[in-house]
Design a protein around this ligand. Structure first.
Ligand SMILES: Cc1ncc(COP(=O)(O)O)c(C=O)c1O
Length: 478
């Protein structure tokens, strides 16, 4: 984020005026468009509001912007719009298309984190830098002479990575497959996108967990799907609910995150897994097993995957590098029948011609290296340590005001708040105190729940973050 240089010879307001003029001339703010309010710009540039007012006055005197009381400050159409009638209506375009914007709370959290990188982050679902195998990946990248051809990759993904995944899936997830049944995707997110866009049609009914990561994805609505809920308790979903939804709504597919679920941390019990597989195979219903968290199991024994127990070929399995290694490499995979892999590979080729070869090369080598096993062990220990720090802090600060079930793996902690505080107010107050978390309603639950992700914050930030959250919450109760 640009900020004026306090050591420059130019005054702060002149620097801001120059910067805004440049952005206007680049077309980022077209003629007639509204500039952000002075207060917001002052926050963003880390200056007093009066400095922004002075910069606006400068731009106004040059005829670049115009202010009208009550309707904010706009880019002047007379100065910049030599032919203002021909300027495309970008805001109309921005509202167009069939792809819905992200949920408002998620956009607010992203904006808060961008503007204030010192916020303690209990919202982002990823690992902190010290939990990621940064050094190991750097060594592998250093060793990589990139002798391989750097042309377009096989539409299913780089063959060496798919071969490495065949071993990984067999060794760690009990899934026996071949590289031709694997599709590499840009994180598991792209697998979900391809499934919702290519295998389902607008109007189709699907079942998702309640609460669920899928609720946080307007992607499902963008695909025109009708969503029906499978309530999650501490042992996951009730398999019989699937049969009920099938009878009532003819659901076409079930989306599950059975291991250390996002957001509740729930683990689908083994007994329910068996019943669930019986029911879906009886109904001929496909299940998407979204499994990014299983290897974080704190006892070191990852739960059985549904896919490994699936004898009828009903499970589409999705995995990811994001929660066990590095979310920024954007490596995910899907195991599916060949007809599905080929259909989705063809679709993703039309979208982006496939993922960059370099992260695929690095991920494949990391999975096969001697680094992988020890990294997982260290990750599990440190995640459990962070979870315990979080619980200790919550008990110290908010005992009696919260209820929770302790997760045995994963990176998320789901908390019910006993006092009833509207989600939006609690989020804003938390941001003011210097932390972000995700209000439970993002995941489809009623207001009054919070998801704390404990993997992203540094260990030394956890107690401070929770004491700030407690201050926000207590301030709203009193
Ligand atoms: C259950 C679940 N599925 C999929 C994803 C997407 O992750 P990625 O695309 O980074 O693999 C997430 C991320 O938080 C998740 O929690």
């Amino acid at each position: 984020m640009w900020k004026p240089d306090r050591n420059s010879k130019k005054t702060l307001y002149e620097q801001i005026a120059d910067y805004l003029e440049q952005r206007i001339s680049y077309g980022e703010f077209p003629p007639g468009s509204l500039l952000p309010p002075e207060r917001k710009l002052a926050e963003q540039f880390d200056v007093n509001r009066s400095t922004v007012i002075a910069a606006f006055a400068e731009l106004r005197s040059m005829g670049i912007i115009e202010s009208r009381i009550g309707s904010g400050t706009r880019v002047s159409t007379s100065k910049w719009g030599a032919t203002p009638k021909h300027t495309p209506n970008w805001s109309r375009f921005a509202e167009g298309g069939s792809f819905l914007p992200n949920l408002p709370f998620l956009r607010r959290i992203r904006e808060a984190l961008t503007h204030n990188p010192t916020l303690i982050d209990f919202a982002s679902g990823e690992l902190s830098a010290d939990l990621a195998p940064t050094n190991e990946i750097a060594v592998l990248m250093g060793k990589n002479a990139y002798t391989s051809y750097l042309g377009y990759v096989n539409p299913q993904g780089a063959t060496p990575l798919r071969e490495a995944l065949v071993d990984y899936l067999n060794n760690y997830r009990g899934i026996r497959t071949t590289e031709s049944s694997i599709l590499i995707t840009s994180g598991s997110q792209q697998s979900l996108f391809l499934i919702t866009q290519c295998l389902l049609s607008p109007g189709d009914a699907v079942a998702i967990e309640d609460p669920s990561y899928c609720y946080s994805l307007p992607m499902f609505q963008s695909a025109g799907l009708r969503l029906f809920r499978l309530p999650v308790d501490k042992h996951g979903v009730q398999p019989e609910d699937i049969r009920t939804l099938y009878k009532k709504h003819r659901i076409k597919m079930v989306f599950l995150n059975p291991n250390y679920q996002n957001p509740t941390g729930a683990l689908l019990s083994e007994e329910r897994r068996k019943r669930l597989l019986d029911i879906i195979s009886e109904l001929g219903l496909p299940v998407v097993e979204d499994d990014p968290y299983s290897l974080t199991s704190y006892d070191g024994i990852p739960p059985l995957s549904l896919k490994s127990m699936d004898t009828t070929g009903s499970v589409l399995y999705i995995g990811s590098f994001s929660k066990i290694a590095a979310s920024g490499l954007r490596i995910g995979w899907m195991v599916a029948p060949r007809s599905i892999v080929e259909r989705l590979a063809d679709a993703r080729q039309q979208m982006d011609f496939g993922l960059s070869i370099i992260p695929q090369q690095v991920a494949g080598q990391f999975l096969q290296s001697d680094y992988f096993g020890p990294h997982l062990e260290r990750l599990r220990i440190q995640l459990q340590f962070k979870r315990d720090l979080l619980i200790e802090s919550l008990e110290k600060e908010l005992s009696g005001l919260i209820e929770y079930v302790v997760p045995a793996g994963g990176i998320h902690f789901w908390c019910k708040l006993i006092p009833s505080i509207p989600d939006g107010i609690l989020l804003e107050e938390s941001i003011k105190k210097g932390i972000v978390m995700v209000p439970g309603s993002v995941y489809g639950s009623d207001s009054g729940y919070v998801r704390f992700t404990f993997a992203r914050a540094k260990s030394e930030e956890i107690a401070l973050g929770i004491s700030r959250f407690a201050e926000a919450l207590r301030g709203l109760i009193e």
